[in-house]
Design a protein around this ligand. Sequence first.
Ligand code: NAP
Ligand code: MG
Length: 477
Amino acid sequence: MGNVKKNYIGGEWLASDDVSENRNPARPDEIIGHYARATNEQLNQAVAAAKAAQPAWAAATPQLRSDVLGKAAAIMMERSQELGRLLSREEGKTLAEGVGEIVRSAQIFQFYCGEALRIAGQKFDSVRPGVEAEITREPIGVVGLVTPWNFPTAIPAWKSAPALAAGNAVVLKPAELTPASAHVMTEILIEAGVPAGVFNLVMGSGSRIGQALVEHPDVAGISFTGSVPVGRGIARTCAERMKKVQLEMGGKNPLVVLDDADLDIAVNCALNGAFFSTGQKCTASSRLIVQAGIHDAFVEKLNAARAALRLGDPLDANTQIGPVVSESQLNGNLEYVALAAEEGCEVVGGERLNRDGYFQTPALFLGANNAMRSAREEIFGPCASVIKVGDFDEALAVANDTEFGLSSAICTSSLKSATTFRRQSQAGMAMVNLPTAGVDYHVPFGGRKASSLGSREQGALAMEFYTAVKTSYVFAG
Ligand code: NAP
Ligand code: MG
């Protein structure tokens, strides 16, 4: 087969006989490219190359690491239109969202271009005479990055950039559904001057190549973003091997709307949080918890806005909602739509469109309660349960009554309610009069409970994972 995209291992592009087809979810007949799945032997080669290259990369000046990241940022920004288009074609989010994700990824590389120069330590006088204690941070070695399909550039970027800034070598295993975005990011890092072996791309299925990466004895740490069941398995494997691990997983994020909310702000937060990017965000608002006094007006306005959303080809500038990423994800969503109806909800939307591609109308499950499976399990599609509550205390209790704890939001004009919610929300992120989705890159990102394990991603705090602390004692005589 001609022009199969290859794995990047030890500074070389390596082919394999096992090739996957990358298809456009808006037009499944359209093949975006063919991508070689790495063999297990190639995975071992990638880890060996990373292990061999890492010490020199760590010993290089921070200037070198900063320059590579800065150049990658500049190339990515310059190519944002073209790469955003590719991203939208393979994942299905709208072109504006695709280009936005590339711009964000460039900003992330730019941020860690600066952070590479700011990896600092501390120095103390010892409690013993003539002795000093120095705390330094060192790279952890070879890190394995395992990423999902829903942010196929931004998540590889927000893991790779701090990993490289700190002097680690990387082996990236992107989601099988979206190899193109990771592949072009690899090309950009090469153009930016990343040394051979310091960054490696291995494509292929999670259960084979991902699992082998997690188990590999020469991989010092795993940073994973994806589903809870896979994350739980990775945590177990890493615990047995005493490996550092960082997991970012699912959500069932609550948006609370109180009677005193600005109705337009609340409706916009719900529409954006529940349905944009086809609801395929870990931070999506999937439980709308609405106080009785505003409930009917809120539902009426939100439903009208929902029904007016324009579904279509992501590359069409008019489109607001693209397809679901795959046939199996769409079928899963539709099963939850049916379940919500069985559980007694009035379902609006949630129909498959009679056209090519994996399109479904955004859905609201009205009259839901928080005990329903459709209100407890992550769907990861454009579906949200609407749960009516009596007062703030009930809203807060329902918001926190979930195994997850990634993001949460409240719409209110009361400073007291906003402040209490912010303090009592059992989530890693709490938003006031903003959607649960939509975050900055220079501050920490992550959750609690089943949503996250380990230290935070993004911002300066990301270095907690990508560095190990050393305490040195020196007697100067
Ligand atoms: P997933 O099925 O858990 O897959 C995530 C990644 O893990 C993929 O690269 C997958 O490979 C790989 N994988 C699967 N089994 C593995 C194993 N046994 N060992 C090692 N790696 C393995 O998740 P997804 O369906 O791609 O993404 C959706 C999920 O991601 C949702 O639950 C969503 O909430 C979550 N998410 C969380 C965040 C966050 O930051 N909290 C952000 C985005 C998404 P394949 O390519 O073969 O599937
Ligand atoms: Mg998957």
